[in-house]
Design a protein around this ligand. Sequence first.
Ligand code: ZN
Length: 149
Amino acid sequence: MKHIAHIFAVVFLAPSLGLAATCFVDIDSTDQMQFDKKAILVPASCKTFTVNLGHSGKLPRNVMGHNWVLSETAVMKSVAADGISAGAANSYVKPGDARVIAASKLIGGGERDSVSFETSRLKTGTEYSYFCTFPGHVLLMSGTLAFGK
Ligand code: ZN
């Protein structure tokens, strides 16, 4: 009986335990210049984390474009300012910006994009922020991201 119980545990319980850590988040953005989440927690057991960004609005990318950019909170404003300087041709992210941990593409209404990053770039206890770098959006479109616990 013990043997059968063990097989049961491996076949039926192990897969569900594997799903305990959710290593992705779905986040929506709108024509009202909002993300639908204000905070994201990345479980410490995740090796990579994926952000699925949607845009449930109707306005095109050049009018109401949104992206999902991650950096330490301390440098968020300067990353966003440099992104505006980089312009639309660079989707408002400075090329090769080492402060940027992850950045999705710029999307318009009805579009989606996903971005994944290695959690080895995150430290427990450091505050991270995600934000949209489309000109003027960072003030309304930001949230915090934490790693672990
Ligand atoms: Zn935006």
